[in-house]
Structure formats: structure tokens, C-alpha cells
Design a protein around this ligand. Structure first.
Ligand SMILES: [Cu+2]
Length: 125
């Protein structure tokens, strides 16, 4: 009977994963419940300082509810109010912070002000 325990445990965790996955996000969501949507785009962030810098500047953007950057993948996930801002405006905010956003290139002056460790010529670290 012992061998059944791990099995039923993993079955339970599978169940709870699918239960939570159902609720909020149809991946490329355009209209989630309260007029919010989620945008994801690739940045040129290379370290935790970049992460903090980008998340902070996005947090100050009008209409942004949350911004989370994943350093290993360089992808920032932004939840925003659709009546206050657009993915294009969010990408521009990232550019002005000194980072690329998808195919948009970082604002040169902001980029030049970044510390050396945050230059995009560095590997993610
Ligand atoms: Cu950095």
C-alpha cells in the first residue's frame, strides 16, 4: 500500500495545478475580467539590477498593475488596464529605461547611463 502514496500525491498536485490554471489567463489574453490584460515582451535585461530597474519604471507607468521580469528568459510580464495604456506604450517605457523591448531598440541615452554590468553585450548573469 505504501507505493500508492507518492502516486496519489502527484495526482493531487496535478489536479490542483489544472484547477488554478483554469481561472485567470487564456495565454494571449486581451480582455480579462476587469478591463485588464497581460502583455509579455522580451527585453535586453541581463541581471537582477536590470530586473529591478525595469520593474520599477513600469510600475510608475500609467495603468500598470504589475510588472515582473524573469531574468533567465529576459521576458517581462505586465498586467495593465486596457483603458489606460497599451502594449506599445509599455514597450516605449522599457526603451526609455535603456532596454530593448521586442524588436524596438533601447533609447541610446538611457542605455549609455546603465552601469557596465547591465549592458546588453553581457550575457545574462
Ligand atoms: Cu543589469
Amino acid at each position: 500500500m505504501k507505493f500508492l502514496l507518492p502516486l496519489s500525491l502527484s495526482f493531487l498536485s496535478l489536479l490542483s495545478i489544472s484547477a488554478t490554471a483554469q481561472t485567470p489567463t487564456p495565454a494571449a489574453a486581451q480582455t480579462s475580467p476587469k478591463g485588464t490584460a497581460t502583455a509579455k515582451f522580451k527585453t535586453s535585461a541581463v541581471c537582477d539590477m536590470c530586473k529591478a530597474r525595469i520593474e520599477k519604471s513600469l510600475a510608475y507607468e500609467k495603468g500598470v498593475q504589475s510588472a515582473v521580469l524573469d531574468v533567465p528568459t529576459q521576458i517581462v510580464t505586465v498586467t495593465y488596464k486596457t483603458d489606460k495604456t497599451t502594449p506599445a506604450a509599455l514597450r516605449t517605457a522599457v526603451q526609455k529605461t535603456g532596454y530593448d523591448a521586442d524588436d524596438l531598440t533601447a533609447d541610446t541615452r538611457a542605455y549609455n547611463r546603465l552601469p557596465d554590468c547591465c549592458k546588453k553585450t553581457n550575457a545574462v548573469h
